[in-house]
Design a binder for this molecule. Structure first.
Ligand SMILES: O=C(O)[C@@H](CO)OP(=O)(O)O
Length: 228
């Protein structure tokens, strides 16, 4: 049965600093490095070994992938990076401290920006210090100025359907190393979670999530590898 492994990057510097991150390219912390390595050790111990890898163009996800693959001795597998697996773009909130933003705008507003299905955060002004628009990795890409989960789904799912799913159909064991909200987008689709219920779903850092696909390429119940 083809298997899909989803892993959110290990703790990032801005997870630790409690700042809205989005497309800003922060590194993993020491704890994040250890979480990533532990994910790889777990895959090795459980014998769930990826044969092909996908990740975003953000170093916290790329490094997590490499650290995990190193631990399970799979650094050699083919790997593709694509911006469509990036974290949701946090718009004008990027760089702000989450607690200070709650104090300024209230808990309810911040929760809407963070977890509502289709309300995007305020747009990032052009030329903002955290605007990745001129970064060469985004050449030829229409970099968004903000994204809701709905907008994130609109660019994650075409990549899933056009590029990743065909690899599973060939029988590959696929690992995707990505981000809290790009993975929420995928899990919403694969587990058929409603627009209302997705607001309550959190994806922990460095914990491999598994889907097994049947002959008709229908995903089973997702589970945490540590619980299997
Ligand atoms: O800051 C971010 O980009 C994300 C992930 O850390 O935060 P949130 O939990 O608010 O979606």
């Amino acid at each position: 049965m083809p298997k899909l492994i989803l892993v959110r990057h290990g703790q990032s510097e801005w997870n630790l600093a409690n700042r809205f991150t989005g497309w800003w390219d922060v590194d993993v912390t020491e704890k994040g490095v250890e979480e990533a390595r532990e994910a790889g050790r777990l895959m090795k111990a459980k014998g769930v070994l990826p044969t092909i890898a996908f990740t975003s163009v953000q170093k916290r996800a790329i490094k997590t992938l490499h650290l995990a693959l190193e631990e399970c001795e799979r650094l050699w597998i083919p790997e593709t990076k694509n911006w469509q697996l990036n974290e949701r773009h946090y718009g004008g909130l990027t760089g702000l401290n989450k607690q200070e933003t709650r104090e300024k705008h209230g808990d309810e507003q911040v929760q809407i920006w963070r977890r509502s299905f289709d309300v995007p955060p305020p747009e990032m002004p052009k030329g903002d210090q955290y605007d990745p628009g001129n970064d060469p990795r985004y050449d030829g890409i229409d970099v968004p100025q903000t994204e809701s989960l709905k907008l994130t789904i609109e660019r994650v799912l075409p990549y899933w359907e056009g590029t990743i799913l065909p690899e599973l159909e060939k029988g590959e064991t696929v690992i995707i190393s990505a981000h809290g909200n790009s993975l929420r987008a995928l899990v919403k689709h694969l587990s058929g979670i409603s627009d209302e219920d997705i607001t309550g779903l959190e994806i922990p850092t460095g914990q491999p999530i598994i889907y097994e696909f049947d002959d008709a390429m229908q995903p089973g119940e997702r589970y945490y590898l540590k619980d299997s």
